[in-house]
Ligand binder design. Structure first.
Ligand code: COA
Length: 324
């Protein structure tokens, strides 16, 4: 029998130990704290070391999401990542085994910065179809491994981390219910955000064009899920957009008519953590305690592919551990 709704019942995050401030970066490349804060809103980010692989951070975030939900298992595990531990095999089976969940369905989703919205929606489809009754969805990336450490256009933006959500079947009226979602892609934008083929290639991004497309795509998908959920922009209590750039968050708010004060800001302390960005921002909103069960929340992301999408949900009734 198909379930009425998928309901988020737990959240967790994990961050590497090493904090890299704007001052640290200014000492090794031609940039400044003033430029980075003014153009991006970022003050510091985390860099993983060799003991903090994507699977290690994913496992930590997943364990915290299960604990936050008060459960110790899930019927499905999806890891959204573009920086898997290995090209082959996927990271999710290892994370499942680390969590004592050997035997469950586990796979990776690769949609760069949109990965969490893709994985959350996929898990919602699986629960609503009745195929599984619960799922652990983890966004985890260690992008700093792909960066040219001397490239100021990417190094100032990206950081490492993981965030996770546990969902199970329930009703649309429960706090944490997923109300609507939309996913999209356009492979013609393949080269806007990429690691080109060839040995020794680093991550590269056409920042200005990405900025413009990200604003348009996220704003469109927010409007789509607001219409599907039957919510007006003024009803939204919290806009949790992919944490790429403070100017992007404010512009999406202004285009969609959601007050900028409703946009959650976490990038100041972690930068752009790719697939981890939205669940980490959700975890941060949970630990700040300024969300109440049932609040109307919209998630949205844009990333390499290009890919984008949005989810409308209500805020769950949960307690969350601060990963900082
Ligand atoms: N420090 C100092 N100066 C820098 C710099 C840095 N880290 N990076 C670039 N600059 C310089 C440029 O060289 C340029 O100098 P010029 O005017 O002399 O040519 C100037 O600052 C402006 O560069 P520009 O690239 O036009 O800046 P911008 O305002 O577009 O900001 C980004 C750059 C990357 C912050 C911005 O484009 C952005 O956030 N894009 C979207 C990124 C994103 O969302 N990515 C993730 C999606 S998954």
């Amino acid at each position: 029998m198909s379930a009425a709704s998928a309901v988020v019942r737990g959240l967790g995050g994990a961050l590497p130990r090493k904090v890299v401030t704007n001052e640290h970066l200014s000492a090794v490349m031609d940039t400044s704290d003033e430029w980075i804060r003014r153009r991006t809103g970022i003050a510091e980010r985390r860099h993983s070391d060799e003991t903090e692989s994507t699977s290690v951070l994913a496992t930590m975030a997943g364990r915290r999401a299960l604990a936050s939900a008060g459960v110790d298992s899930a019927g499905l595990l999806i890891v959204a990542t573009s920086t898997p531990d290995k090209v082959c095999p996927a990271t999710a089976p290892k994370v499942a085994a680390n969590l004592g969940l050997k035997g469950i369905a586990a796979f990776d989703v690769s949609a760069v910065c949109s990965g969490f919205v893709y994985a959350l929606t996929t898990a919602t489809w699986a629960i609503r179809s009745g195929s599984v009754d619960s799922a652990l969805v983890i966004g985890a990336d260690t992008f700093t491994r792909l960066l040219d450490p001397t490239d100021r256009t990417t190094s100032v933006i990206f950081g490492d981390g993981a965030g996770a959500a546990y969902l199970s079947a329930g009703t649309a009226e429960e706090p944490g219910a997923i109300k609507a979602s939309t996913l999209h892609s356009d492979g013609e934008g393949e080269t806007l955000i990429q690691v080109p083929e060839g040995p020794g290639s680093f991550f590269e991004m056409q920042g200005k064009e990405v900025f413009t497309q990200a604003v348009a795509a996220m704003s469109d998908s927010v409007e789509t899920v607001l219409a599907s959920a039957g919510w007006a922009a003024g009803d939204v209590d919290s806009l949790i957009a992919h944490q790429a750039n403070l100017r992007i968050l404010n512009t999406v708010a202004s285009v969609t008519g959601i007050p900028a004060s409703k946009a959650e800001v976490h990038l100041d302390r972690v930068g752009n953590t790719s697939a981890a960005s939205i669940p980490l921002a959700m975890t941060d909103a949970g630990t700040k305690g300024h969300r109440s069960p049932g609040d109307k929340v919209v998630l949205t992301a844009f990333g390499g592919g290009t890919t984008w999408g949005a989810v409308a949900m209500t805020w769950p009734s949960i307690s969350v551990v601060d990963p900082h």
